[in-house]
Design a protein around this ligand. Structure first.
Ligand code: HXC
Length: 513
């Protein structure tokens, strides 16, 4: 047989991974193989595999005889939407995708190449974790991944895809990356599995309840996006990448400018109710701002009182944040603060302009919040906005009271342009609470305290809780007709396009964690 035929044969054997039986088991578990995943991710024919011929060099515990094509991970680079992206995909058909010394070395190599080349990296996780037979060499391999995740943070986008087990310390690589995407029913992440939990605490829990996609999307906040199946996941991942630059010195891909959905101006005039106690969905405002109404919501099921996500205005990516009056009246709490601060920091790292919609009555009161550390969690939001030097545009829709007003990218925290709807109420606190305090004496001596209270609340509202006081003091730059929202935000972003804001040189700040 000629050399090239031998090479072809050798390649074919290795590319079959753990062999047909294991591939069938993988499919029976409703899972794709590593190569099927990479095929779904990359532009057709563009993926270039590296290190196909790498294998383990351990000998203990039967490893001398063990065959491990590619050492259980497929690595390489290719194009997604025409842009360079690096990837690794763990191959569960080979030793359960477990991570040994050489497997880790392959991942380190693509992490290094991605960082040097300024290209995003996608890690596809489907693994039994540290390869038990290789002991501390496996642990050392994980350490090298975590180190590279951290050094790459803020330089290139890093995305983790969980489509199988990710157990023990192995979950920390995804947690260190920018976005974690999970497929329902097959992706599971936990530090200690159900058996260990039961033996230590007596608690009984299934793998799925403990670490499935729904759990991480709703309860823990470890997953940013979840999908019903792998096909939807890889389509969603490409959509996410389309909003992100390749690195911190590049711009996100420019798309053709497109108008917002039809009838947006009329809708915007009625979406925010005059009644300050009436809920509405802030995403209706956000969609009417975005080109074609396309808004990719990030962490849609976690801390629903805060909305975060990406859209485009005139073809350029923007990071959009909004209090959600439909949930907890849009109050800030611990989870919402964490969600918001991390999102703001991501956007700032990659110079994606921030648009913030404000409608919050304040911080959620209660001992649960205070004992849980709302002070330090809430401080993350202040820190993240104040630290961000990217273009910052704020739009006050309705309530903007007290500390929560300041936190939601107020002028004093560094907002570049602040817009307000006529429904905006910028004040130190809500009119009801304020009237109780400053008009206490008048209320005590009133013959009809209910009517008097109503009158004084209205007086306070007219005097202070309008956008015009803040506008008169220059804290609000423009009070706009809601129908002008899109044009006003677009103009502000245009004016801030070349914004540069230097900070004092330092090693790094000390964000409250
Ligand atoms: C070596 C492993 C392995 C591992 C799985 N396999 N995990 N080999 N090291 N960590 C092998 C199995 O022996 C099996 O080989 C094949 O992969 C498929 O595994 P199955 O058990 O048949 O698959 P399944 O029933 O789907 O169960 C998957 C699983 C289970 C839930 C992941 O395999 C499991 O619990 N594995 C151990 C998980 C674990 O404790 N890992 C260490 C975590 S500690 P054969 O040849 O029999 O088919 C850790 C520390 C990291 O990771 C620290 C970083 C700081």
């Amino acid at each position: 047989m000629s050399d090239w035929r031998q090479l072809e044969e050798h390649r074919r054997e290795l590319m079959a991974g753990g062999g047909q039986n294991r591939i069938e088991r993988q499919h029976a578990a409703q899972k794709w193989t590593a190569r099927e995943r990479l095929d779904a991710l990359f532009d057709p024919g563009s993926f270039v595999e590296l290190d196909l011929f790498v294998t383990h060099r351990s000998t203990l515990f039967g490893m001398a005889e063990a065959k491990a094509p590619g050492d259980g991970v497929v690595t390489g680079y290719g194009a997604i939407g025409g842009r360079l992206v690096y990837a690794f995909a763990q191959d569960f058909t080979v030793l359960g995708g477990s991570l040994g010394e050489m497997h880790a070395g392959k991942i380190h190599k693509v992490q290094d190449l991605a960082l040097k080349s300024g290209a995003p990296i996608v890690g596809i996780i489907d693994s039994g974790g540290a390869r038990i037979q290789e002991g501390i060499d496996s642990l050392n391999g994980y350490g090298g991944i975590f180190l590279r995740n951290t050094l790459s943070s803020g330089v290139i986008p890093q995305i983790s895809v969980i489509v199988g087990p990710a157990a023990g310390g192995a979950v920390y690589s995804p947690a260190l990356t920018d976005f974690v995407l999970m497929s329902e029913g097959i992706g599971q992440m936990y530090i200690t599995g159900p058996q260990v939990i039961e033996s230590v605490t007596g608690e009984k829990v299934t793998h799925e309840e403990l670490g499935g996609a729904r759990t991480h999307a709703r309860k823990s906040g470890n997953a940013h996006l979840t999908f019903a199946n792998e096909a939807d996941l890889f389509a969603g991942l490409k959509d996410l990448l389309s909003f992100l630059p390749s690195n911190n010195a590049a711009e996100p891909p420019r798309h053709e400018a497109a108008p917002p959905p039809e009838g947006f101006a009329e809708r915007l005039r009625s979406v925010v109710p005059q009644d300050p106690n009436k809920p509405y969905d802030v995403r209706d405002v956000i969609r009417d701002l975005c080109d074609r109404g396309d808004f990719l919501e990030i962490m849609p099921e976690f801390a629903k009182n805060m909305v975060t996500g990406f859209g485009r205005i005139e073809g350029r990516a923007v990071a959009i944040v909004g209090n959600q009056p439909r949930v907890l009246a849009g109050c800030l709490d611990i989870d919402a603060s964490d969600k918001l601060a991390r999102f703001v920091r991501f956007a700032d790292s990659f110079s994606i302009p921030l648009v913030t919609f404000v409608d919050t009555p304040g911080y959620l009161p209660g001992t649960k919040q205070e004992y849980g550390g709302i002070i330090r969690h809430g401080a993350k939001v202040l820190y993240a906005y104040a630290e961000a030097s990217v273009a910052k545009v704020s739009v006050v829709l309705r309530k903007a009271y007290g500390g929560a007003y300041l936190a939601m990218c107020s002028r004093s925290l560094g907002a570049d342009i602040v817009l307000a709807f006529p429904t905006a109420e910028v004040a130190v606190m809500g009119p009801d609470g304020a009237a109780n305090i400053i008009f206490r004496r008048e209320l005590e001596s009133a013959t009809d305290p209910v009517a008097e209270r109503q009158r004084l609340v209205e007086t306070y509202r007219a005097e202070f809780a309008s956008p015009f006081v803040a506008a008169a003091h220059g804290y609000v730059d423009q009070v706009i007709d809601p129908g002008e929202l899109r044009a006003s935000v677009a103009h502000a972003l245009w004016a801030l396009k070349e914004k540069r804001e230097d900070r004092h040189a330092k090693k790094h700040g000390n964000i409250p964690l």
